[in-house]
Design a protein around this ligand. Sequence first.
Ligand SMILES: NC(=O)c1ccc[n+]([C@@H]2O[C@H](COP(=O)([O-])OP(=O)(O)OC[C@H]3O[C@@H](n4cnc5c(N)ncnc54)[C@H](OP(=O)(O)O)[C@@H]3O)[C@@H](O)[C@H]2O)c1
Length: 321
Amino acid sequence: MQHSICIFGGTGFVGRHLARALTARGHRVCIPSRRPERHRDLRVFPGLKLIEGDVVHDGFVMRKALEGCDTAINLIGILNEKRDTGKEFHAIHVALVERMLNACREKRVSRFLHMSALHADAAQGSSYYLRSKGEGENRVHSATGIEATSFRPSVIFGRDDHFTNRFADLLRKAPVLPLACADSRFAPVHVEDVVQAFVRSLDRPATIGQRYDLCGPREYTLREIVEYLARVLELKRIIIGLGPTLSKLQAAILQHVPGKPFTLDNFRSLQTDSVCPEGDAVLREVFGIEPAPMEAVVPLYLRPDTLREHYTRWRRTARRP
Ligand SMILES: NC(=O)c1ccc[n+]([C@@H]2O[C@H](COP(=O)([O-])OP(=O)(O)OC[C@H]3O[C@@H](n4cnc5c(N)ncnc54)[C@H](OP(=O)(O)O)[C@@H]3O)[C@@H](O)[C@H]2O)c1
């Protein structure tokens, strides 16, 4: 069945992959964006409409984007806030979601696919990020008239991600890398596998009401991931794992650096290992997806000798204001 889908946050890392997959299957997609001129390349996808506006501050844009749609997908999320109070996390992960649900009811959009995060938990989450994600997810699933499915991924990797590319940039610049929370565990999941889970849930009524933990096939410590990235980049680097006190100190300092590369709230999130007790079972058994390990994908976009890597790096730097 062909759908008409509004993707909130559709210009981001996951959103761009998802928009491509949905339009390739003939679905119509509308994406509201604060800066559509930066994402003009998305217009090459057939059936994709970009509209200008800030859904966080403008309810009219939100309703306009939902006009004529049967499904809404929410990918808007933040990892940092200006002050360490939880207020911005609540505004984006809870209050904004509540307004989306109201707008969906008003526009008779009943299907809602929601991006949460692994270990999001309104009561027990170890950070503002995880608690606010948990509360947002609860609102989605208790909303009347909404057929919701939530996705709770570990860290997501892929071309243009914010994870492997960020560490790759650091490794290129620094011969010695002091690594906070080096023993934290992750089960990185490939963006195309996450996207497939969204796409396949569209026409499966059994997914309504479900919350799915999404993990990749292998678990690693952060140190193992960074060491692996250095090998892919063919760089000899010294990686120094910091203990809890120094990790927290690094967060306290870096959260005042422009761009907030690491914050106290990130530090608190990393106190919970981002792994699934059931491994990659959800992707395999619920969605019939064979999840890709990092080793099968990362060298395709990070290896220094590939033309594609030069292009990716050029695009990332060119986009900076
Ligand atoms: N990436 C991961 O590893 C990962 C892991 C677990 C969960 N998630 C969740 O997955 C979702 C998508 O992640 P992503 O990595 O694709 O995010 P992203 O690249 O940062 O994209 C988020 C998009 O949201 C839009 N947005 C609108 N208002 C915003 C606001 N006030 N602040 C920030 N963004 C705003 C932005 O579009 P415009 O600028 O065009 O308006 C942006 O393109 C998020 O909810 C995230 O929490 C991600």
